[in-house]
Design a protein around this ligand. Structure first.
Ligand SMILES: [Fe+2]
Ligand SMILES: [Fe+2]
Length: 212
């Protein structure tokens, strides 16, 4: 990994933010998990429900991307930075997959995404600055909360929606892997009040993104 000047970093972070929010993210080119699965004929009500859930997941991926970028920016450890960048690439796949699904359902991404990107980037940068074990602890806890949240969405999806299901199942596998990588690299267990605060914030985000 080469050393970047602060100016390079500002440009790269701005590029990632714009790609995440409005453009085409850089992908790992894995297969879209819903490929080869045919879509069901949903009622308007089911379509609305699935769109709401997928919009929440897309918004979560926007935040994940911002967190990782913020964490990688301020982390001092080269190996941790590399792991964060790899995980961020996989989050881009998730971002694209959930966006694809919303397009298939003739729906839209959350209007509040820029707000969540900014907030999550700041939180990530703070976590990166407080030291590697806390940075990784924050990452592991985020991913564990995302896994729980994906499990709840898998329960809420209408039974016939096998395309969304395939996407969320693959995301769950990836998020668990991100958590395990963080733990293997020395993640500290976060204090319970921090975990509670994180869960409360994500609740605000998921409740609003379902509708707007
Ligand atoms: Fe993700
Ligand atoms: Fe992840």
């Amino acid at each position: 990994m080469r050393n970047y000047t602060p100016f390079d970093q500002i440009v790269m972070n701005a590029d990632t933010a714009l790609r995440t929010l409005f453009g085409q993210p850089i992908l790992t080119h894995r297969e879209y998990p819903a490929d080869d699965i045919s879509d069901a004929d949903f009622s308007e009500q089911d379509k609305k429900r699935i769109s709401g859930l997928m919009r929440v997941n897309h918004c979560g991926e926007v935040s994940a991307q911002a967190l990782y970028q913020g964490q990688a920016l301020t982390s001092k450890n080269r190996e941790v930075k590399e792991k964060l960048q790899q995980a961020a690439l996989e989050e881009n796949d998730h971002l694209q997959w959930t966006k694809n699904r919303l397009d298939e359902l003739d729906s839209h991404t959350s209007l509040l995404n820029p707000l969540w990107y900014g907030g999550s980037f700041a939180i990530g940068a703070f976590a990166g600055a407080v030291g590697d074990k806390w940075n990784l602890g924050f990452l592991a806890e985020t991913e564990h909360q995302v896994v729980k949240h994906l499990e709840s969405h898998l329960d809420k999806l209408p039974g016939g929606d096998l395309r969304s299901r395939a996407i969320l199942e693959q995301m769950k596998i990836d998020e668990l892997k991100h958590a395990t990588t963080a733990i293997e690299h020395g993640a500290a267990e976060l204090p319970p009040p921090v975990k509670t605060l994180m869960a409360a914030m994500s609740k605000v985000m998921t409740s609003s993104a379902y509708y707007v």
